[in-house]
Write a protein that binds this ligand. Structure first.
Ligand code: DL6
Length: 806
């Protein structure tokens, strides 16, 4: 029996089979003879989950005993990926579960096929959150992720006549076996209303609306350790009184549930937009909902073992994943000052010590701001607090830079012109003890440009923590055959939790048999993906659609190749499959035009027998973690072609390099660090660097038309679009490039095309390519999320691991 007085769950296939049968019977109320596939799936999930639940209970006990400093990760988005395969691996049940299912006459692939991916995020930021949670658990760091349990995740993308259409993602339609409801920890959240001062001069917020936050959590197991942390997700509910029985009785059914529906809308849908401000008030409401529920929960947890508020920052670090949860800063002030009665100065010192902020962008339009009038209406007390924070902060700036009115205007948390707005990034910098960018270049540019005034004032507050990815998710699970080969080559699988060990592969670059197997694995992964000729160069661009990421540049290369093949049909072209995957924000029309044009070009090439043997464009819809995990292991070439100075970091670039793809890329984001590590010979570099791009863009002299006029191939590619050669689609794309060309696509065209020729030459030399591919994997250890978390732990969080013992 274990410490809980329970019989430990068995580790043999026979015992797992018994538990499957028992769960099928007692928790699904059926037998193996009459079970549906859904019954079998839910039962399998519960049987795996039970193994982790036991570790979870021990983890909670160990954490309680240690009373450690906790990391609370606040994020509006999580892209957790499918849970079943992960949890089978982490619980060590992957093999026995399959044996047991077969014993019961169940088809493991069919059963596992029912596992759903929770799509609670848009892109890089949400997936990063999931990778960091994975690494924190693996490194035994006591941590809780907080987020929103959106009813509808990121939309499902489909194509109609080549254009993106969006369908709702009702991801819990069949239930979610991975979730533990925790109704006892329900929280009450206020909105609207007004403030009053009581007889002691304390401020009281009299709310205009009250909503309930219902938590549930999913397990976040560590790999190779007994630690199981949690991610706690909040769902909005109307209060008991929100159902109007008298209206219902009078037949006014819609009106009767009006208030409840209104409340529940808060966690109804993830906003499918990660760069521009949409959804407005409801989005702000979501942010406060997340923050309010999470902070109360954090305080509840603190109080389990502590009484003295001075201890709070010693026991708590709250990492803000971008500005979305920044309202946590005024909310903690409100709780400490209004509810706990602390003086402002003490409350502010505690608050600042508690928070840290990660910025994920350089695009000014992606820095959130909220209209003051909206903020005031929804959160009247918080606006008062923000004003007070701002007044004291500006006094500090005035002291340091007397007479510098412009600086005050730029740094103020309140923007005055053209409209009064609350600047969330400024609030996040002012209210935290550490601010970090997510790649070296990004952190440098943040301090030199976007947040320069703040870096002048507080230089030591600014840090870099280069992003990382979970090796468990993005090589062990995604690429099992490569993982086996690496384990065979290195003689152990210890590299999975110590990715630097991959450097041991370098000595295998001289081993002919290993090289042969390396190529065979890549080929098999292309066959598994099933899109295009497995012997072709598989050229992959997988990411959100955004003009700064420049899918349009890739497209111009495809059109140029197409035209070259048409012009000289007799030559021997190396077959190439260009794969795109990614979603565009529904309201981002320019990005949607690019999607439509890619599909049109793909169709025209497919229909042209002179070209299709050499060139194929594929665009599987609905890019998500699951699809990415199939594409990444199959890639030969990774397209990381954003305009220098625009991509904060990128993490797809790391996943692809780790899986042996060579990068064609600009000196942007983490590409620079990837190139530094894998070696310039194993990376195809092109394009303007950041200073050159800034000069060209802001020197005011950039004329995209001049590039069009001078370069015959570029002209011909753009003319083909303008002449309607691709099903008449894409004029908007060409016109935008010839108009402003915000992201200097035409300026980088020639350099990119020439670089793609280098790629082609390199691809023709199979042996050299194989060496580069192995070296990309061997030298990508730095990009493990374990290293990222160690950097956060040492440089920002100052936390230590807590071991979970049996
Ligand atoms: O840090 C994770 C990820 C970076 O790798 C990408 O470069 C960056 O674009 C992305 N940002 C977002 C949303 N941005 N905001 N704000 O996903 O973060």
């Amino acid at each position: 029996r274990n410490g809980m007085g329970l019989r430990p769950l068995g580790t043999s296939a026979a015992e797992f089979e018994q538990d499957l049968l028992s769960n099928l019977y007692y928790r699904r109320g059926t037998t193996v003879e009459s079970a549906s596939t859904q019954d079998a799936y839910e039962t399998l999930a519960l049987t795996v989950r039970d193994r982790l639940a036991e570790r979870r209970v021990r983890t909670a006990a160990a954490h309680y005993a240690a009373n450690p400093r906790w990391v609370y990760y606040l994020s509006a988005e999580y892209l957790l990926g499918k849970q079943l395969e992960q949890n089978m691996l982490y619980s060590g049940t992957d093999r026995i579960a399959r044996v047991a299912m077969k014993q019961l006459g169940l088809d493991p692939d069919e059963v596992e096929g029912l596992d759903i991916e929770p799509g609670l995020g848009n892109g890089g930021l949400g997936r990063l959150a999931a990778c960091l949670l994975d690494a924190m658990a693996t490194l035994d760091i006591p941590a809780v992720g907080y987020g929103i349990r959106y009813d509808l995740g990121i939309f499902k993308q489909a194509f109609k006549d080549g254009a993106q259409v969006e369908k709702p993602d009702d991801w819990t339609y069949q239930g979610n076996p991975w979730e533990f409801p925790a109704p006892d920890d329900q929280q009450t959240v206020f909105f609207y209303g007004h403030t009053e001062r009581d007889e002691n001069g304390r401020t009281q917020w009299i709310p205009g609306e009250i909503v309930l936050g219902e938590p549930s959590h999913m397990l976040v197991p560590g790999h190779g350790t007994d630690t199981v942390n949690i991610v706690r997700l909040w769902r909005a509910r109307g209060s008991e009184s929100s159902f109007d029985l008298s209206r219902f009785s009078a037949g006014q059914y819609a009106e009767a549930v009006d208030e409840a529906v209104h409340a529940e809308n808060i966690s109804k849908v993830l906003y499918p937009d990660d760069s521009t401000e949409l959804g407005r008030e409801l989005r702000l409401k979501q942010q406060y909902f997340l923050v309010s529920c999470s902070l109360r929960d954090i305080i509840r947890r603190f109080r389990l073992r502590n009484t003295d508020w001075a201890e709070f920052p010693k026991k708590t670090v709250i990492q803000l994943n971008d500005t979305h949860p920044t309202l946590a800063i005024p909310e903690l002030m409100r709780l400490l000052v209004d509810e706990e009665g602390l003086g402002w100065d003490l409350a502010w010192a505690l608050t600042k010590q508690t928070f840290a902020y990660t910025c994920h962008t350089l695009l000014p339009e992606a820095l959130e701001t909220w209209p003051v009038h909206m903020f005031e209406r929804l959160l009247p007390r918080h606006l008062e607090i923000v004003y007070e924070i701002n007044e004291r902060f500006l006094a500090e700036v005035r002291d340091r830079f007397p007479g510098d009115v412009d600086r005050l205007r730029r740094m103020s948390i309140i923007q005055e012109e053209p409209e009064r707005r609350v600047r969330m990034a400024n609030l996040a910098v002012v209210g935290t003890q550490a601010v970090n960018g997510v790649a070296e270049l990004h952190s440098q540019l943040l301090a030199e440009t976007t947040l320069r005034d703040f870096a002048d004032l507080w230089p030591t507050k600014f840090h870099n923590v280069t992003n990382g990815i979970s090796p468990r998710r993005f090589i062990k699970l995604a690429n099992p055959t490569l993982s086996s080969l690496i384990t065979e080559g290195l003689g152990s699988d210890a590299w999975i939790n110590d990715l630097d060990q991959l450097t041991g592969l370098e000595r295998l670059t001289g081993d002919a048999a290993f090289r042969e197997k390396w190529r065979a694995v890549k080929r098999a992964n292309k066959v598994r993906l099933g899109l295009g000729d497995p012997d072709s160069l598989t050229d992959v661009m997988i990411k959100r659609f955004h003009e700064y990421k420049r899918q349009q540049l890739n497209l111009l290369h495809i059109i140029t190749l197409y035209q070259r093949i048409k012009a000289s049909p007799g030559r021997a072209y190396a077959p190439r499959t260009v794969l795109f995957a990614g979603k565009a924000a529904p309201a981002y029309h320019a990005a949607k035009h690019i999607i439509r044009l890619i599909n049109a070009v793909a169709a025209v090439i497919d229909a042209d027998p002179a070209v299709s043997p050499y060139l194929k464009v594929v665009f599987p819809p609905n890019y998500n973690v699951t699809l990415g995990s199939l594409i990444i292991p199959a890639a030969d070439l990774s397209e990381q072609i954003s305009l220098a100075g625009k991509e904060a970091s990128g993490t797809g670039n790391m996943k692809l390099a780790l899986n042996g793809a060579l990068t064609i890329g600009t000196l942007d984001g983490a590409n620079i660090e990837i190139r530094d590590r894998v070696g310039a010979d194993n990376f195809f570099l092109f394009g303007l660097d950041t200073p050159a791009a800034l000069e060209l863009r802001h020197g005011g002299a950039y004329q995209p038309r001049a590039f069009y006029e001078q370069d015959e191939e570029l002209r011909s590619a753009l003319d083909a679009i303008l002449d309607g050669k691709f099903l008449g689609v894409g004029r908007e794309v060409a016109e935008s490039l010839l108009g402003r060309d915000e992201y200097l696509t035409l300026a980088d065209y020639r350099s990119y095309i020439d670089c793609q020729e280098q790629v082609e030459k390199a691809w023709a030399d199979t042996e050299q390519w194989t060496t580069s591919s192995i070296l990309n994997t061997a030298r990508s250890g730095f990009f493990s999320a374990d290293r990222t978390v160690r950097d956060y732990a040492a440089g920002i969080w100052h936390v230590s691991p807590v071991q979970v013992t049996r």
